[in-house]
Ligand binder design. Structure first.
Ligand code: CP
Ligand code: NVA
Length: 306
C-alpha cells in the first residue's frame, strides 16, 4: 500500500506525475470543469492540530473530484477507545483515503503500518510533504522551470523546511538554509540526501545573506511551530536576525519570489512590506495546495488500485 508520509516516499518521476495531474486538473478547474473522477470515494481527515489550508484544500478538492470527505473529531476516540492498530484497520475498511495531521510523526507512521488504504501526512512535527509539493509546483509556475533554481530558507529547520529539502533534492533545486546556531537540521540529513542524489546542491549557513544570494525563491516560516508555543519568547530572541525584510529580499536574485507556508506571524519572521509586495506569491501558493493535493489523491488511489 502506498502512502505519502514524507517526500522520502516518492521518486522524482512520481513527483513529476503528481505535478502533471495537478496542472491538468488546475487548468480544467480554471475553465469551470470539475470532472467527477472519484464518485462515491470517501476521505477521512483526522487533525490533532488546527488547520485552515490543509483541511479546506483537501475537503474542497475531494468534492471537486466527485468524492466526499469527513472530518473526524474527538468523538472517534483515537488513542482512547481502542488500540491504534484496531482503529487503523477499521477506519481503512470504511473509507478510501485518510489524511492525518498529528503531533508526532511516529503516530502517523504507526497508523499507516496497519492501514489498508492510503494515508497522507497532513503535517507532523517532522514533515509536511503536501506543503512542499505545492511549493515546488508554485515555484515552477512562477519561473517556468525548476532546473537551475535556488530556494533559500531563512529561519527554523522545521517540518516544512525538511520536506522542502527533500523536494528540492528530488527536483534538482539548490536548497540553501540559514538558521541560528542551535536550530539546524539533524547532522545526518545532507548525507541522506546526497546518498540518493549525488549531484545534490546544498548550502547550510548561519548567514541569511549568504543563503539568499542568487536565490530565485526566499522562503520562511514561523519561528515557533505548533507545539512549541512554550519556546516563543526564547525563539523570538534567537531568531531576531532572521526576519525576512525588504532589504534582505533585495539581496536575492532580481525577480525572486517570496513564499511562506502560512499562517504567518507578521512582524516576526517576515515584515508586512514583504508579505504584501509584488514578489509575494503566498496566496497562489496556498491555492495550489488544493490543485497539487488533487494530483496526490489521484496518483495515490491509482497506485493502490482503489
Ligand atoms: N500551511 C498549512 O498547512 O496551513 P494550515 O496549518 O492552515 O493547514
Ligand atoms: N511549521 C509550522 C507549519 C504550519 C503550517 C508548524 O508546524 O506549525
Amino acid at each position: 500500500m502506498r502512502h505519502l508520509l514524507s517526500l522520502v516516499d516518492v521518486t522524482t518521476d512520481e513527483i513529476s506525475r503528481i505535478f502533471a495531474i495537478a496542472e491538468d486538473l488546475k487548468s480544467k478547474y480554471r475553465n469551470g470543469v470539475r470532472e467527477s473522477l472519484l464518485p462515491g470515494r470517501v476521505m477521512a481527515l483526522i487533525f490533532e492540530k488546527p488547520s485552515l489550508r490543509t483541511r479546506v484544500s483537501f475537503q474542497a478538492g475531494m468534492t471537486h473530484l466527485g468524492g466526499s470527505s469527513m472530518m473526524l473529531g474527538d468523538d472517534v476516540g483515537f488513542g482512547k477507545r481502542e488500540r491504534a492498530d484496531d482503529f487503523a484497520r477499521v477506519l481503512s475498511e470504511l473509507v478510501d483515503l485518510i489524511v492525518w495531521r498529528s503531533k508526532r510523526h511516529e503516530t502517523v507512521q504507526e497508523f499507516a503500518q496497519h492501514a489498508t488504504c492510503p494515508v497522507i501526512n497532513g503535517l507532523t512535527d517532522r514533515a509536511h510533504p503536501c506543503q512542499a509539493l505545492a511549493d515546488l509546483f508554485t515555484l515552477r509556475e512562477c519561473t517556468g522551470t525548476l532546473e537551475g533554481m535556488k530556494l533559500a530558507w531563512v529561519g527554523d529547520a522545521n517540518n516544512v523546511a525538511r520536506s522542502l529539502a527533500w523536494g528540492c533534492a528530488r527536483m534538482g533545486v539548490h536548497f540553501a538554509i540559514a538558521t541560528p546556531i542551535g536550530y539546524e537540521f539533524e547532522s545526518t540529513l545532507p548525507d541522506e540526501l546526497q546518498h540518493e542524489h549525488p549531484d545534490l546542491q546544498w548550502t547550510a549557513t548561519h548567514d541569511p545573506q549568504e543563503a539568499i544570494r542568487d536565490a530565485h525563491c526566499v522562503y520562511t516560516d514561523v519561528w515557533a511551530s505548533m507545539g512549541q508555543e512554550g519556546q516563543q519568547q526564547q525563539r523570538r530572541r534567537d531568531f531576531a536576525a532572521y526576519q525576512v525584510t525588504g532589504e534582505l529580499m533585495r539581496k536575492a536574485s532580481p525577480n525572486a519570489v517570496f513564499m511562506h507556508c502560512l499562517p504567518a506571524r507578521r512582524g516576526e519572521e517576515v515584515t508586512d512590506e514583504v508579505m504584501d509586495s509584488p514578489a509575494s506569491v503566498i496566496v497562489q501558493q496556498a491555492g495550489n495546495r488544493m490543485h497539487v493535493q488533487k494530483g496526490i489523491i489521484m496518483w495515490l488511489l491509482g497506485q493502490s488500485g482503489q
